[in-house]
Write a protein that binds this ligand. Sequence first.
Ligand SMILES: Nc1ncnc2c1ncn2[C@@H]1O[C@H](COP(=O)(O)OP(=O)(O)OP(=O)(O)O)[C@@H](O)[C@H]1O
Ligand SMILES: [Mg+2]
Length: 318
Amino acid sequence: MVDVVSVGEILVDMIPVDTDLYNMRFGGAPMNCAVACARLGLRVGAIAAVGDDPLGRFLFNTLEERGVDVSHVKRVKGKRTTIAFVVRLPHGEREFFFYRKPWLPTADTELVLNEDDFEYVRGAKVLHVSGFALSQEPARSNILELVKYAHENNVKVSFDPTYRPDVWESEEVAREIYEKLISLSDIVLATLREYEFILGTRDLRRIGMEMRRRGVRLIGVKMGRRGGALIRGERGCFMETYDVPVKDTVGAGDVWNAAVIYGYLRNRDLGDVLALANAVASLKCMHVGAIEGVPTIDEAMNLIRRQSNIRPENLQLT
Ligand SMILES: Nc1ncnc2c1ncn2[C@@H]1O[C@H](COP(=O)(O)OP(=O)(O)OP(=O)(O)O)[C@@H](O)[C@H]1O
Ligand SMILES: [Mg+2]
C-alpha cells in the first residue's frame, strides 16, 4: 500500500546550462512529484512507461534509488524513451520541445494500463496526474479511465495541467480534457498562466470561485519567482518565494505539488502547507534538474525558520 500514486509522463530532460552545453536529467512532471513525495517521507508509487533502452533504464533506476515503488513502471518494447529539450528565452522564461508524439512515437505515450494498475491505485489515498500525459493516445484514454476509477473509489485526485502547447493537437482539445480532469479532481495545482488558459482569468478570487464550482476542494496557484497561493473553501493565502540563489527552475512546480500533497495528507494548516511548498520549491531551484536538491522535511523547516520574515498572508476572497 502506498499513500500516493503518480501517473503520467516520464522522460529525460535536456537542460541548457550554457549556450552549447546541455545537462541530461531525470524528468517528467508527475515523476518529479513522486520523487519529492518520497523525499518528504510519503510512501509513493509510479505508473509510467519507459523505453527499452539505456535512457529508460536510467529513469527506472533513478526512481527506484529515490525510494519510489517502480513495480508498475512499464518498459515498452520497440519504443525509445521520451526526451524533452528546454530552451531558455529572455527574462528567465523558458520553452520546451519534445521528442515524442505528435512528432514521433516514443514510450511515455504508449502507457496501457491493466487490472493490476487499477487495484494498485485503489489502495492509495491520492492519485496525482499530469495533464501533459493525456495529450496523446493511448495514454489519454487509459489515464482518463484510471482517474474516473480513482474518483469513484474515494481515492482523492490531484491534478496539474502541465500545459505544453508543443504536444497538443489544439488549444480546444487541451481545454476539453482539462475540464474533464478538473471535474474529477479534489486538488488542482496549476500555474497562474494555466488558470488563465483554462478559465480566462488571472484573478485569484475568480479562480477560487470557478474551481469550487467545479467541485475542487484544494486549489494551488503557482506564480514562478513571485511565489504561490493556496485556496481551500473560503480561505486563501499567498506567499512570496524564499530568497535563494536560483540556478534552475525546471521541476519547481512539481516538487511544490509534492509538498502540498504531503500537507494535505498530514492535515496541516493551509499557511504552513504553503510555506513548506515554497521552501521545498525554492531549495530545488538552487540545483540543475527537477529532482536535485529536493529537501527533506527537516531541511525545508530550517529554511522556513531562517527566513521567518517571509510568511504567508491571508487573501481577501469574499
Ligand atoms: N526563481 C524562483 N525563486 C524561488 N522560488 C521559485 C522560483 N521560481 C519558482 N519558484 C518556486 O516554485 C514554485 C513553482 O514554480 P512555477 O510557478 O514556475 O511552476 P512550474 O509548475 O514549475 O511552472 P511550469 O509548469 O510553467 O514550468 C513557485 O510557486 C515558487 O515557490
Ligand atoms: Mg508545472
